[in-house]
Design a protein around this ligand. Sequence first.
Ligand code: SF4
Length: 263
Amino acid sequence: MQGFIFDIKRYAVNDGPGIRTTVFFKGCSLRCRWCHNPESQSPKHETMTVKRKLGDNIFDDIQQVGYTIESGQLVEQIARDEVFFDESGGGVTFSGGEPIMQPEFLLECLRGCKQRNIQTCVDTAGAVDTPLMDKIIALTDIFLFDVKTMNSETFAEYVGTGFDMVMRNLAKVAENASRVIIRIPVIPGVNDDEDSIDQIISVLLQYPRVREVSLLPFHRTGFDKYRRLGRNWQMGDAHNLTQEDLQPLNNKFAAAGFQLFST
Ligand code: SF4
C-alpha cells in the first residue's frame, strides 16, 4: 500500500526515547497557528521556494513537497538503522502532519516494523476519527500525544476544529496504550499561563497511567517556511521561549506527580 509523506529524518533524538528514524506524513486536520512544519498540513503535493548555490551565485529554486512511498519500501528504509535503535533504546516515530490521517498505511507500516521488532512510536494530535484506532493502539509502543489546550474556545481560535474528537482520542489512548508521553507546545498568549497549565494537569490526572509529559518551548523556526510556501505567518511578533521560561510550568507538573520527559 502507498502512503504520502514529505520527509524521513534519521538519527532523530527529539521524537521519543533513544535514536529514532522519524517519518513525516503529509496532511493534518488541524491548523495550529504556530505550526513549525506548515508544509505538513496540506494532504496534497505543494511547492516551496528554496535557496540554491551554483558557484558564487545564489538563486531561488522550486522544491516539491510530498511523495508517495510503498509501506514495504518505507519499512526497509527504517530497518537500515536497526543497529542504532537497538543500542539506544530507540526506534521509529511516525509523525507529520498527522500520521493517523492515513490509518491503513500507518497500520501497514506499524505491522512491518513490529515484525522486525522495531520499537514503534506515533506522534499524534488526536484530531482524527477512524475505526482503526484500536488496531493502531495495539501496534504502537509509545504515543506522543500533543495537547495544546483544554479550553475548547482557545482550541477553536488557535488550533482548529475537532476539540471533542481530540478529547475522545486522548481518553482512548490514555486508557489503552502501552505508554503515553504528553507533548505540550507552550505558546505565548495561548497556554503559557499557570491557569492553562492547571487545566491541562487536572484533565490528565484523570488518567492514572499517563504520568509523562514534555513541554516544548515556542520558537519561530517555522517563520521562513511560511514565506517560502507563499503563506502568512500568524504568530505576529510572538517571541521565542526558553527552557528557563518553562521552569515554573514544569514545576507544576512535577508537583502534581508527573515525570518530565525531554523530547
Ligand atoms: S497538529 Fe502539528 S502538524 Fe498539525 S497543524 Fe498543529 S502543529 Fe502543525
